[in-house]
Design a protein around this ligand. Structure first.
Ligand code: GRG
Length: 301
């Protein structure tokens, strides 16, 4: 059925992202400014606002997709501008926290073309910075004006639980075999992606509507749209992890294959007639060398 919300399209996605990022930046900077200076520096570093050591710089940070979805989702629901900005700040803080902790869990050395926070500041410090960002996100929603704040805090918390579940699914996938009855299936992959990536995108599109007291059907529609987008986004990310140009992705060529990650293209290929030989190639614990990764990429293709 038609959704009870307005929608807008733009021929210029990057411009829209940049406009939304600029409109959220003062509120995001004010929130980060409330952190302990040392922790705040790590947060600012992770957001691309300074160098390690604190010297100001602007490396651009991330694309700002979640911020833009929050601003536009709130606008689509007819929420006041402030509700969209609050939602954008909260989801960007959660996103930054999740990347900080994810980079530690994965042992990744670079993010957005720079050393990851744990590489620049040490693991303990980066865990702490992530913790502070998560607390700040909840505080941002809890401190918003209006009678719908408790519902918004619950909405954000539900998304955080899904994020944890998605990350848990992803980690547990690593312990599962490549082939046979215990292998990871496409349905499980979808659930994982919807939680790990979709939950926060769904929260982004819908949190401003919750803060503004929009009808439950509007909130559910916006949330569902964000979740679908999250699954599509994760699949696209996985495709880039196999075939992406390192100059664009910032990751080494075949990085996900070399690390034997159970991503969408790989799991799909395992279900085909070439699956058994691909499964044999991927079975093992060590990272694949470049020749092995190239053979795996050909098999996946
Ligand atoms: C909520 C307590 C709690 C834990 C979270 C660490 C973790 C548990 C979950 C990790 C979730 C995660 C890192 C998902 C990956 C999502 C993803 C594809 C991120 C990349 O997003 P982009 O491309 O990044 O929008 P930029 O750099 O543009 O911001």
């Amino acid at each position: 059925p038609p959704l009870p919300i307005a929608y807008e399209t733009s021929p210029d996605g990057p411009r829209l992202l940049s406009e939304c990022r600029s409109s959220v930046r003062p509120a995001l900077a004010a929130a980060v400014g409330r952190l302990h200076p040392w922790v705040g520096e790590m947060a600012a570093y992770s957001l691309g606002w300074c160098e390690a050591g604190g010297a100001p710089s602007d490396t651009g940070g991330g694309k700002g997709l979640r911020q833009a979805l929050a601003v536009l989702g709130a606008r689509a629901a007819g929420a006041p501008r402030g509700a969209g900005v609050t939602a954008a700040v909260a989801v960007e803080l959660v996103h930054t926290f999740s990347l900080l902790h994810d980079d530690i869990m994965d042992g990744d050395a670079t993010r957005r073309g720079r050393p990851t926070a744990w590489k620049a500041y040490g693991t303990g410090a980066a865990v702490l910075a992530g913790d502070a960002l998560l607390a700040l996100a909840v505080e941002t929603v809890a401190g918003a004006p209006g009678p719908h704040v408790p519902a918004a805090v619950r909405h954000l918390s539900a998304a955080l639980h899904d994020l944890v579940l998605g990350q848990a699914d992803d980690l547990l996938f690593e312990t599962r075999p490549w082939t046979g009855p215990d292998a990871v299936g496409p349905g499980e992959y979808r659930t994982m992606a919807e939680r790990k990536t979709g939950a926060l995108l769904g929260c982004a599109t819908s949190l401003g509507a919750v803060l503004a007291g929009a009808p439950a059907t509007t909130v559910a529609s916006l949330d569902r749209a964000g979740r679908h987008l999250g699954v599509a986004f994760q699949v696209a990310d996985d495709v880039l992890g196999v075939w992406g140009d390192p100059a664009v992705t910032g990751k080494p060529v075949h990085s996900d294959l070399r690390r034997r990650k159970k991503t969408f293209p790989v799991l799909s290929a395992l279900g085909t007639s070439a699956g058994a030989s691909l499964g044999r190639l991927l079975s093992g614990a060590e990272d694949l060398d470049e020749a092995g990764a190239r053979r795996a990429a050909t098999a996946v293709e």
